[in-house]
Design a protein around this ligand. Structure first.
Ligand code: R5P
Length: 267
């Protein structure tokens, strides 16, 4: 691997081999979803607990202070919306020149294995890898499922992650699922997990992060289960403890409850 790629990756995935990425890129197809109406307000309290920010260039240019040295993972695929016909109909939406201009640490693109536009999204990935590698920029492949959430099983995700790694993605983002170890084993590059739509409780989300790390994920790239929580700072602090300090689930859940009650008593 080239020095530039290794250097950029090491800014995202820390020396312990782990990362806590904060995903705030949802607006590229979901629009102004709850708690992300004003991205700068969502990002500001969380940025200092984050190893890398995943976002679009629109949010980056308007909502993140350029003096901040947070590593940026730039979403560079899109071209669809939640009300459109087919979420898988994506293209590359940012030139490599603009990604360089923005001094990003990695670029991210979704692949939709098994969808109508499977071929198109996989070729998008290979084109992006060729371009980005030329400039020493790592590529994060996101194994998207679109509206078909039931696709999130180990067989499907192992297939998607393996294909992304085989095509040259430097790291892969996927979902946690039952038998997640099978997904990890199938993929020879680091895997991070998305949180998906907000779960019933924060304790469920912490459990998801814990299980994923315990079963071999290199970290998380979570969004809604952090910033749609009533206690987003407490959430990200506890997720950091799980990812970087190996905190047990019981301790993590207790830590969350304690941070939450401290916040209440301050009010
Ligand atoms: C969705 O496609 C976006 O790429 C998000 O970055 C991703 O889903 C992670 O965010 P969340 O944890 O909210 O699922």
């Amino acid at each position: 691997m080239d020095w530039g790629i290794k250097n950029r990756l090491s800014r995202i995935i820390k020396s312990d081999g782990r990362t806590v990425m904060l995903a705030v890129d949802h607006g590229y197809f979901l629009g102004p979803i709850k708690k992300l109406e004003q991205p700068c307000k969502t990002i500001a309290p969380l940025i200092s607990y984050t190893d890398a920010l995943m976002l679009t260039r629109g949010v980056l240019r308007t909502s993140v202070d350029p003096a901040n040295d947070i590593p940026i993972v730039l979403r560079v695929s899109g071209g669809n919306s939640i009300i459109g016909k087919d979420l898988s109909n994506e293209a590359i939406t940012v030139s490599i020149e603009d990604a360089l201009r923005l001094n990003v640490c990695a670029v991210a693109l979704s692949v939709y294995v098994g969808s109508e536009h499977e071929h198109q999204t996989l070729i998008n990935l290979t084109k992006l890898i060729d371009e980005a590698t030329r400039y020493g920029i790592p590529v994060l492949a996101v194994t998207a499922v679109g509206k078909e959430l039931e696709k999130r099983d180990a067989r499907y995700l192992a297939l998607s992650c393996r294909i992304a790694a085989e095509l040259g993605a430097h790291f892969v983002k996927t979902y946690y699922c039952e038998d997640f170890e099978k997904v990890v084993k199938s993929c020879f590059v680091p895997l991070v997990i998305a949180g998906g739509p907000k779960l019933k409780t924060e304790l469920d989300a912490l459990s998801l992060a814990y299980e994923a790390i315990n079963e071999g994920a290199s970290g998380v790239d979570m969004g809604r289960n952090i910033w749609q929580s009533e206690n987003p700072v407490a959430m990200i602090k506890v997720i950091r403890a799980i990812v970087h300090e190996g905190t047990s689930l019981t301790k993590a859940q207790a830590m969350f409850k304690s941070l939450k009650s401290k916040k209440k008593s301050k009010k």
